[in-house]
Design a protein around this ligand. Structure first.
Ligand code: RB5
Length: 147
């Protein structure tokens, strides 16, 4: 699977760890930066990843900032993006089963690195449940692009 990843300065260290995990598990990674701990603005990086998911260039995206909050706010502005801010295995699993989340947002300052990596593993290996949940996603889709 091709996955786009991005972070700000706060998420840089964890993004590198996530990138290694993805490469070790044979995913194709498109790294949109940031590439150091120099202070940057998270919307710039969230937009790159979310745009790639929205346009279908990649299947999924992973975004990391200090809390994951800013990244998820930005990513959810893009059409077709369902970004989920996950704190544990249960939220990661449910965000796939019920919400078919296509962007995972993580907070590097609120998660232990090993927990974050386990969240990534869980998120990647869980499939969407469909059924009644698809009807709800269709309603979300219906709310997009309304003036
Ligand atoms: C950067 O200090 C911090 O605001 C950012 O990483 C993120 O937590 C925003 O939501």
């Amino acid at each position: 699977m091709e996955i786009s990843i991005g972070c700000d300065h706060a998420g840089f260290d964890l993004k590198e760890k996530v990138k290694r995990l993805l490469e070790e598990t044979s995913h194709e990674v498109s790294d949109e930066g940031a590439f150091s701990e120099e202070s940057v603005d998270y919307p710039d990086f969230a937009a790159r990843v979310a745009r790639a998911v929205s346009e279908g260039t990649v299947e999924k995206g992973i975004l990391i900032c200090g809390t994951g909050i800013g990244m998820s706010i930005v990513a959810n502005k893009f059409e077709g993006v369902r970004a989920a801010l996950c704190h544990n295995l249960e939220t990661a699993q449910m965000s796939r089963l019920h919400n078919d989340s296509n962007v995972l947002a993580l907070g590097s300052r609120v998660l232990e690195p090993e927990v974050a990596l386990n969240i990534v593993r869980e998120w990647l290996q869980t499939d969407f449940d469909g059924g009644r949940h698809q009807r709800r996603l269709d309603k979300i889709k219906g709310l997009e692009n309304k003036d």
